[in-house]
Design a protein around this ligand. Structure first.
Ligand code: AMP
Length: 284
């Protein structure tokens, strides 16, 4: 595995390997990241991953300084996952003094996380554009765990004619249904025990809506269950899966999106909803 920390090193290694599959991350890797690497490997192309905790996608009151960092552990996981090239830029490489250009996304970036975290998706699309320019991958893999991010990055690649295929990868979950996330380590044990209630509530809402139940009461019931589990619901919504505009009735394709605060952690999750029960995972 080639480890690169400067742009000339990265460019030489990327040219040498050619036609890359790329997995951008902020590190603190877990099995969700590993499933992205496995999907990238399955493409048959050489695999590159980046680790960069991007300051511009954190708000002033957010956890940039406390975001978990574990470079040695991450490199061991990347090596074990068969990664060929790692890109570890520092902040000055990504944002050199005097840089004056950023990306300003609209459309699906304005809703949900974009409304709750002002500037977040501008930070994401700016850093992803830079990473694509640096690594020049043929394909890039993003987790459905961050469903809105996948739609925003697809829109970015389409609008700016970026020559990269955006490939979504299914959400990796703990046995009890909780979507894996680097921030889950900040849940206290009692909170961790309650956290799967978010996914369970989404499954129940998806079942009700997909079997013909009205949308509003299904969402209200999900909010009530999640609130009773000790979380502060920020949103639970049925949306068009790509535009992310809310739907009153079951549109095609549709997605349930949710965000809830549990202690100091914001949990995000989402599920597809179709007219049959087939899309709803088996969950107790
Ligand atoms: P992050 O390091 O949190 O920026 O995540 C890097 C990539 O991993 C993003 O594309 C995430 O959507 C993806 N990811 C994070 N958690 C999961 C998960 N539980 N399942 C699948 N992908 C994930």
């Amino acid at each position: 595995m080639i480890i690169t920390r400067t742009l000339p090193e990265l460019r030489a290694a990327a040219r040498h390997l050619g036609g890359l599959s790329f997995v951008p991350t902020m590190g603190a890797l877990h099995s969700g990241h590993v499933s992205l690497l496995a999907a990238a490997r399955a493409s048959g192309r050489p695999v590159a991953a980046s680790i960069f905790v991007n300051p511009t996608q954190f708000g002033p009151a957010e956890d940039f300084n406390h975001y978990p960092r574990d470079e040695a552990g991450d490199l061991a996981q990347l090596e074990a996952a068969g990664c060929d090239l790692v890109w570890l830029p520092d902040v000055t490489t990504m944002y050199p003094p005097g840089s004056a250009t950023s990306v300003n996304p609209a459309g699906p970036a304005l809703l949900w996380e974009g409304a709750a975290r002002r500037g977040h998706f501008a930070g994401v699309t700016t850093v992803v554009t830079k990473l694509f320019g640096q690594v020049q991958p043929e394909a890039a893999y993003f987790g459905e765990k961050d469903w809105q991010q996948v739609q925003v990055v697809r829109q970015l690649a389409a609008d700016l004619h970026l020559p990269v295929e955006i490939i979504p990868v299914a959400t990796a979950r703990a046995r009890d249904g909780l979507a894996l996330s680097s921030r889950n380590r900040f849940l206290q044990p009692a909170e961790r025990a309650r956290a799967p209630a978010l996914f369970a509530a989404l499954c129940e809402a998806a079942r009700r809506i997909s079997s013909g139940g009205a949308v509003a009461p299904a969402l209200a019931a999900a909010c009530a269950t999640v609130t009773q589990s000790g979380m502060a619901v920020q949103y639970i919504a049925l949306v068009h899966a790509h535009t992310l505009v809310p739907c009153d009735t079951l549109a095609h394709p549709a997605r349930l999106l949710a965000a809830a605060r549990l202690g100091t952690v914001r949990l995000l999750d989402n599920l597809p909803v179709t007219q049959s029960d087939a899309s709803v995972p088996d969950y107790p």
